[in-house]
Design a binder for this molecule. Structure first.
Ligand code: FNR
Length: 349
């Protein structure tokens, strides 16, 4: 990881440069995943998108033992975080309304370092209400949200945006120019258009002219590449190819949150999965969410102890809570959840 940030300092656009970041991911970007990503070299982490209204009436509760901060809705925690990730945490908002976006940002701003606007989600639940990728073709609203966030947030909170490419180069640059002029610190470009599916290769080759263009504007805004990065080694290649200041990783990190390291964990079943479950239990992460995240993890080499791996997966699928004996037996009790947490604190502080 780059030089550690001095404590109590806040982020600037420079902190969005020379980095490798965990992308915003609904469900998959849960608190334990973000902590593992930071432990293994991610320099900043994005939280999962939260629609502006969803957080407004949540009750903020701090766990006196672990320090976990939960924003609780009527029936569940909408968003959970921990103070140790605050210097690196960017909170992503889904919005089509400047006032609501500002209210949502004000609700969480003491627990995060930056606010990001999602301008790329192509799913109908976002676009129907004018959010996500719908903002790409409604730049007045998009820029009014960013302008309002920049005006209303204190200077120590960064404002950033995550967009997709528009089909034409000219339209993309026009949009980028307007966005950069709102005063943001960083712009993530997911190198696919709104209609492209994730299995289609990202059009990374289109990024260089965007980077050159933004640099030419002279405002110091960081341009972050997103799309198809597989990890640390690959991020170096993508930066060399595109000139991007940083790279953001989604699916590869969903499969293995240690992919940010130059030496990612290979044997995920034996190493990451037990640690993750112990940490998640300690942090009281929702069991269903933990199970979902663990089920996305996949190692990168053929596991020589395949039988063990299979047994762990079976134990996980049979278990209905952290305390199921079959799960406990399978992950062992040589390390406690608190020790897992302390290892993370040591690695990232
Ligand atoms: C996403 N993506 C996403 N994007 C975003 O801006 N906000 C979000 O909350 C989510 N949620 C989300 C969940 C899951 C499970 C996936 C796989 C993806 C999109 C993501 O951040 C990224 O832009 C794309 O996945 C492309 O990057 P990769 O996967 O090629 O590295």
């Amino acid at each position: 990881r780059p030089a550690k940030k001095p404590k109590l300092s806040h982020l600037t656009s420079e902190d969005f440069k020379n980095g490798i970041f965990l992308a915003p991911m609904v469900r998959s970007g849960a608190l334990p995943t973000r902590l593992f990503a930071l432990k293994h070299g991610a320099t900043l982490v994005w939280g999962p998108e939260m629609v502006d209204r969803a957080i407004l009436h949540a009750e903020r509760v701090t766990d006196p033992v672990t320090g976990v901060v939960s924003y609780n809705g009527k029936s569940r925690a909408m968003f959970t975080t921990h103070p140790i990730e605050k210097p690196y945490l960017i909170y992503q908002i889904g919005s089509s309304d400047p006032d609501l976006a500002v209210q949502a940002a004000k609700t969480v701003m003491n627990d995060v370092s930056g606010i990001d606007l999602n301008c790329g989600c192509p799913k109908p639940f976002s676009t129907h209400s004018g959010m996500g990728a719908a903002l790409l073709t409604n730049p007045d609203v998009l820029c009014s949200i960013l302008t309002a966030l920049r005006r209303e947030m204190p200077p120590e909170i960064t404002v950033s945006a995550k967009i997709r490419l528009l089909p034409s180069r000219e339209d993309t640059l026009k949009l980028v120019e307007r966005i950069v002029n709102t005063g943001i610190s960083a712009l993530t470009v997911h190198c696919r258009t709104r209609n492209m599916r994730d299995r289609e290769p990202a059009m990374v080759e289109r990024l260089r002219e965007i980077v050159d263009f933004v640099e030419g504007m002279g405002r110091g805004v960081a341009v972050i590449e997103n799309g198809d990065c597989t990890g640390w080694e690959n991020a170096k290649r993508i930066r060399a190819l595109t000139g991007a200041h940083s790279v953001m990783v989604a699916r590869a990190a969903e499969s293995n949150p240690s992919c940010f390291s130059s030496t990612p964990l290979q044997d995920v079943e034996r190493t990451l999965v037990p640690s993750y479950i112990r940490l998640a239990e300690y942090l009281d992460n929702h069991w269903g969410l933990t199970k979902f995240c663990v089920n996305q993890f996949h190692g990168t080499h053929v596991d020589v102890r395949k039988a063990d791996a299979k047994a762990l997966r079976q134990a996980l699928s049979k278990s209905k809570s952290y305390t199921d004996s079959v799960l406990k037996e399978s992950i062992g009790d040589d390390v406690s959840g608190k020790e897992e947490f302390d290892k993370i604190v040591k690695a990232i502080e």
